[in-house]
Design a protein around this ligand. Structure first.
Ligand code: HEM
Length: 389
């Protein structure tokens, strides 16, 4: 097993110094530790409309389930609904703040949760990310992103089941699937948040955790809706729906097309491997993809294109390592993105245009988190301001 570990990184300051990582090789590779723009979020914040979105409480089976809502069954479903609603004049594209006037107070009295309630949850998770940094490379953020993705990626548009809606990742069955090894760290991290906000459904908690992590680690603003409803363990999707890292394009397409995604969305989503690392005790694979594993960037794509990769010689599963520093890794499934012409087109675009990647990732990730969720009609789409910017 490799002894290459990243130094503890100063996540509290929100900055990762590439020169502290892997012996300063970041500079040699010409990959900056922080390449992102928050312009999307800022521009949107400047445009925040006055709105008073309300959502009924989600705890407890049955409440509000499946009442005429839209399902994110296709890669376009969610956004089509949102944009359609905007065009029809019901909503602006997004609604940022619940009003703090008497209507809001009345809604609270009636037990209806508002934007402000969920914003408090967002802020509690963001605060805990900063306070509780003694984990991995200095942040629970990457494992929260993976938890949100695995909770959602069990969706099948063919059998119309799975996804984050029923909150089944809270049960031993789903968290025990081989592909979910290590995600208990994310679940445990979020437990105190659920204790503080017991009205929150687990599906909402796990997906909002992913939204907070992406945004607080410097990524784009992720539009999100509340309304998942916890259901019994019997709602758990069967094992085997998540991608196998040892496989290539055909398998990747089979898995992601089943969720309703196209090639462009697949590539954008896998760009999340800018964050975090592989752990031998979880997946058998080892090491980080980038020099800044707690900062959301397009470096995954840049490194795939710019660096030369060879198969690592080690006592472990087939994975790639970079020729220059031998400190970064790519899974066979990651490397497949440059072997396949259609996928590679998008890798090149995202390597050259960070803003495009941020925009496309935000849209695809938001869609992912809604797959199969039956929202009530008119459920507002929210965007939360970043806390640790
Ligand atoms: C072909 C598709 C994919 C494959 C084969 C794959 C495979 C893996 C593997 C093997 C790990 C290492 C787990 C460990 O050892 O702890 C991992 C980690 C991770 N994956 Fe993926 N993944 C895929 C797609 C995605 C997508 C779509 C996202 C998010 C949108 C994502 C986000 C992450 C993150 C953030 C980590 C780091 C977790 C940590 O540091 O604890 N992955 N992935």
């Amino acid at each position: 097993m490799s002894s290459l570990r990243l130094a503890k990184l100063p996540f509290k300051r929100g900055l990762l110094n590439a020169s502290r990582v892997a012996g300063g090789s970041g500079a040699r590779l010409g990959v900056s530790a922080r390449h992102f723009s928050r312009t999307v979020g800022r521009a949107q914040e400047a445009a925040k409309p006055k709105a008073e979105p309300k959502v009924e409480p989600n705890a407890g089976a049955g409440a509000g389930a499946g009442a005429g809502g839209s399902s994110g069954g296709s890669g376009f479903g969610t956004f089509a609904v949102v944009l359609g609603a905007a065009a029809a004049g019901y909503y602006g594209y997004t609604q940022f703040y619940a009003g703090s006037d008497s209507t809001d107070a009345a809604a609270k009295d009636a037990g209806i949760k508002t934007f402000d309630d969920y914003k408090k949850v967002y802020e509690a998770i963001a605060k805990k990310l900063v306070d509780d940094d003694d984990y991995d490379d200095g942040s629970y953020g990457p494992v929260l992103v993976r938890l949100a993705w695995h909770a959602s990626g069990s969706y099948s548009k063919v059998s119309a089941d799975g996804g984050s809606g029923a909150g089944t990742m809270r049960f031993a069955k789903e968290i025990g699937y081989g592909a979910n090894a290590g995600l208990d760290n994310g679940r445990k991290f979020l437990k105190s948040i659920h204790d503080e906000f017991p009205w929150l459904s687990h599906g909402d908690l796990y997906t909002l955790g992913g939204v907070v992590a992406i945004q607080e680690l410097g990524g784009p603003t992720i539009p999100w809706r509340a309304g998942r409803v916890d259901q019994a363990e019997s709602a758990t999707a069967p094992d085997g729906r998540l991608p196998d890292a040892s496989q290539e394009s055909d398998h990747i397409r089979t898995i992601f097309y089943r969720m309703g995604f196209n090639d462009q969305e697949i590539v954008a989503l896998i760009g999340a491997h800018a964050l975090g690392r592989c752990h031998t005790q979880n997946s058998g694979y080892d090491g980080p993809w980038t020099f800044s594993p707690t900062t959301f960037t397009n470096d995954f794509f840049k490194l795939l294109i710019d660096e030369k990769w060879h198969i690592r010689k080690w006592d472990g599963p087939k994975q790639y390592e970079d020729d220059k520093t031998k400190s970064l890794m790519m899974l066979p499934a990651d490397y497949a993105l440059v072997k396949d012409k259609e996928f590679k087109k998008w890798v090149v675009k995202y390597a050259n245009d960070s803003d495009l990647f941020f925009k496309d990732f935000a849209k695809a990730f938001s869609t992912l988190l809604e797959l199969g969720v039956k929202f009530k009609a008119d459920t507002p789409v929210w965007e939360f301001p970043t806390v640790n910017a």
